[in-house]
Design a protein around this ligand. Sequence first.
Ligand code: T4K
Length: 382
Amino acid sequence: MPSNKKPSEAVFVTRPNLPSFSELSPFLKELLETKLLTNNGRFVQQLEKELAGFFGVRHCIAFSNGTLALELLLRTIKKKGEVITTPFTFPATIHAIVAAGHTPVFADIDAETFNLSPENAAVAVSEKTIAILPVNVFGNPCDIEAFEKIARENSLTLFFDSAHAFHSSLNGKKIGCFGDAEMFSFHATKLFTTIEGGAVATNNQNLANELALLRNFGIASEENVLGWGTNAKMNEISAVFGLLNLKKISGIIKKLTALHKVYHRELDSVPFLRFQKIQESARTNCQYFPVLIETHGNISRDALCSELKKNNVFARKYFFPACNTIPPYNALESAQKQNLPNATIVSDSILCLPLYAGLEKKQVVSICGLIKDFIDSEKQKQ
Ligand code: T4K
């Protein structure tokens, strides 16, 4: 369908929030002069301190990426066992569980919030369960209090995959201060980015000490190697990006929130579309704009995604395929689709529309125009 709403340049699902060259250059100059580029340098230490303050926790450990942060966090649970989690997530969540030597157990999500359902997670608890790992999907805080109760009653570790949830909050408290620990991703596609990077936020001193060792080959000091470890250290340039981006975060959130409102204003009354529910006590960071498209004749998620692509708009099917359908996890007993109906429907009908601070309101209006034109014209054909 040719459209005058087609953007002249490709519009991607996201674009990174970057510091300017003039902001970066004094730091780069210092790094080039000192030649101290990695291995727990001063900028990493400063970023960890500032992030701990931001999350409202005692400790923040920076990593080279979110996947390794999560894997190492899960490795701190010495007893191997089952980790209850959601199938509606990026594969990294599940890969990290397996890399840490545990077994993922899928429980279904809530159909409206797209987050792991505490009721379904409670049913999945067995004598082999060691931990629960909910994901705050698209920055939408999950039912944290319910998970805390299940973890307490069953003596389970509670970690959160908060890869998307930087700056989100629940009852006025920042995501990052809940459970035993929370993991964040600072990838280039994330609201708060260090190019590649990640972190664990926790109030547990022993856990923080252990993570600092694990990310540095298990090396405590020059002649003191305490055990297994790997290389998961953040480098100094990434830390500098983080320090500069942290200063801008409120402005970025304001822009994203305004764009979120434009999407809702334009799309809320469009038939066959459904949106993610945010619980009243929670604030999302508005990093993503996910929409579910109900299949109706030729109207479907896939058809809309292709139509947008033809028009230079590159929306993304996050998270399709659902993790319970990908090998080898599809062989797990908990992976059967009939036990995960909500995750199956959401994964099969989700589309994340472009959203980032550099996007203009008029571009959002044009994207919504393309969506409305597509749905109107397909409806008329039926
Ligand atoms: N847990 C959860 C729930 C996660 O979502 C993720 C990662 C993790 C754990 C693991 O964290 P990390 O180990 O990644 O820190 C992206 C990201 O690579 C991934 O970090 C993220 N989740 C996932 C949801 O999305 P792709 O394959 O979709 O990204 P890509 O390269 O297709 O980029 C999307 C768009 O962003 C591009 O079309 C253009 C734009 N872009 C991307 C990059 C990389 C840029 O403008 N510049 C860039 O440098 O996975």
